[in-house]
Design a protein around this ligand. Sequence first.
Ligand SMILES: CC(C)(COP(=O)(O)OP(=O)(O)OC[C@H]1O[C@@H](n2cnc3c(N)ncnc32)[C@H](O)[C@@H]1OP(=O)(O)O)[C@@H](O)C(=O)NCCC(=O)NCCS
Length: 242
Amino acid sequence: MKNLWTSIEWFPHKHANEVMIKADPNGIFVAEDTDSEDFANIGAYCVRPEYRGHGIGQSLWNTGMAHMGDRNIGLFAISDKMLAIYRDKHNFKHIANRQLVLMRGSFVPNKGLIDRIDGISLAVISEDNILDVIQYDRHVNEVSGFCFLLNTTSNATMIEPLYADNEQIAELLVNKCCQQLPQNRTQNVNYECWDTNNSAQEIGNKLGLIELKREKNAFTKKVMIGNMDKMFGLSSSLFFAS
Ligand SMILES: CC(C)(COP(=O)(O)OP(=O)(O)OC[C@H]1O[C@@H](n2cnc3c(N)ncnc32)[C@H](O)[C@@H]1OP(=O)(O)O)[C@@H](O)C(=O)NCCC(=O)NCCS
């Protein structure tokens, strides 16, 4: 509400919302845009091996699906067997014409990787510029790209996400980030990209990673489409830029 007021240059006192809610909790009304895409993503669907085969998985699934209700639900199927379950038992009709390629390997510094581009400077993401990065995620604005290297509980490194305006910037970003890795985090580097983005796969190859497997993408209502050319490394079907 505060953002809306600011946009029409109306500046109420700082705690107006809190005061109004306290005065009459049921007396505030909002209009909701129900045409907007309402998207949910299923991920990390897993049961410990010793507990499998007792209905726990399906019970978790049913609870999750009930929570997500009527939204367009997206997922990655780890195998053809799971894809058949999602398609035949759970109405996931729309199988996207693309797969997620999972790549893994050791990062070996490679002189063939782009190390600088005239006119492009790299900055470490901090509290000062994080809003610009978020803005990029929404509208692809001034930031030319960003790359995160995450550490997993098994001390593996995940390159996710890696977004950039073009493949050269993506390569520069990921190369520079990987060069910063301490030695003990260069052995098990993981990267996931769309099979429809050849340059993204090429970057994985140049980093020294090899393809492990592919996962199919499915949806209940309609296939989510974004600007795949700018997505290099991603981690879930939630990562869609428009
Ligand atoms: C998939 C998984 C969560 C199922 O858990 P579970 O507790 O064993 O599931 P249930 O006991 O409820 O059901 C088991 C059976 O139903 C199938 N099944 C699993 N999830 C299902 C679902 N959501 N709806 C219908 N059937 C399902 C299983 O394939 C299995 O069939 P099988 O005996 O022919 O192999 C579990 O096997 C697992 O953690 N696998 C590894 C991770 C994984 O592959 N996750 C899916 C990512 S796409």
